[in-house]
Design a protein around this ligand. Structure first.
Ligand SMILES: [Zn+2]
Length: 347
């Protein structure tokens, strides 16, 4: 059998001498004498002017094969539909699967989109149908604890707070932890980093029910929540403030102490403050704290512990660099730290 030249070159040479204007494939640039037979029929309003897709059959097959290599057959077919504004449907795909036509699979598919049932549909219909059939996304709902409604009658929680932070983990989460370990447990409540707040209600429940709970490091910067916690559980567990700017007040109100990042830099100051508060010398404690507010503000002007690590370097206690995603101190924060430390004669 003699070699048959490829259809494209056949067409090219044949068309050159015939009809004008020519039909060009927008991908390969080949000129054809007519659309029919060389470009698939399209009923998409995108191609209303010609009634055909602007890619020749060969190009469509090539593009499809490229997608098949990357995406597999079915997804390749859907992607082609998206590109060509054809209706994508699982049922047409199933028909292609079943048929044994001589056309390539993609041309087989395109042919079936032109049967009467699908003729007016485009990829917009696909998107509409997929959106209509999509499973609604359920927000996870924490189960309501027995007796929780009563507890909430005691101190009403501002709905705006719950809306913002969510209700937090449910009691079972902590109770399970309590059963699995045999070590003292300290709650670390830091919602601005974890996006989950432990409410005073939850803490009160856990204080009653957990075997291993010994205290909380409270970093929610709401004084109202902290005070509520101290009032309800402060005599049973160790309430420790984790917020520099609230801790003197909270210790005066009954917090047992504080867990302070800045205590790395000025441990003696915090020991003194704690001692003064225990001796009911609250004003002296406040005055002493007042001297260090600019340093502490500088420390937290960027994400802790970047500025703190810089400060530790300055006092000769190098603590290494920050680990990603935390970033090292900026020049501005470093300058502010250094100035504050100089004024306090820490360096
Ligand atoms: Zn082409």
């Amino acid at each position: 059998m003699a070699d048959t030249p490829k259809r494209r070159s056949q067409d090219k040479s044949a068309d050159t001498a015939t009809t004008n204007p020519k039909c060009y494939c927008v991908r390969c640039g080949t000129a054809f004498s007519r659309k029919k037979g060389y470009f698939p029929v399209s009923h998409s309003p995108m191609y209303r002017g010609s009634g055909h897709l602007p890619w020749c059959n060969d190009c469509i097959e090539e593009m499809y094969e490229e997608y098949v290599r990357d995406l597999g057959d079915k997804e390749a077919m859907r992607r082609m539909c998206m590109k060509m504004d054809l209706y994508w449907s699982e049922s047409i795909y199933a028909m292609v699967e079943r048929s044994a036509g001589t056309n390539s699979r993609i041309r087989n598919y395109i042919g079936k989109t032109n049967i009467i049932r699908y003729i007016d549909k485009t990829f917009d219909d696909t998107l509409r149908e997929e959106a209509a059939n999509a499973e609604p996304v359920d927000r996870f709902q924490f189960p309501v604890q027995e007796g929780e409604e009563d507890a909430e009658d005691d101190i009403p929680t501002d709905p705006a707070i719950v809306e913002f932070w969510g209700p937090g983990f449910d009691h079972d989460f902590y109770m399970e932890l309590d059963q699995k370990v045999d070590i003292p447990l300290l709650v670390y409540n830091i919602p601005y980093r974890t996006c989950v707040n432990m409410t005073a209600d939850t803490l009160a429940y856990l204080t009653e029910h957990m075997k291993h709970l010994v205290g909380i490091k409270e970093c929610n910067n709401s004084p109202a929540q902290a005070i509520d916690m101290i009032r309800r559980v402060g005599s049973k567990i160790n309430f420790l403030s984790g917020e520099e700017f609230l801790s003197v007040m909270l210790m005066a109100l009954g917090a047992k102490g504080a867990v302070m990042a800045s205590a790395n830099l000025i441990p003696d100051v915090w020991v003194k403050i704690h001692h003064l508060v225990r001796e009911h010398q609250t004003q002296e404690a406040m005055d002493l704290f007042g001297n260090y507010t600019e340093l502490i503000a500088a420390m937290f002007s960027e994400t802790n512990p970047g500025p703190l690590k810089y400060g530790m370097d300055l006092i000769g206690v190098p603590c290494g660099s920050t680990a990603i995603p935390l970033t090292p101190v900026s020049d501005a924060a470093a300058g502010r730290m250094k100035k504050a430390m100089q004024e306090l004669q820490l360096i």
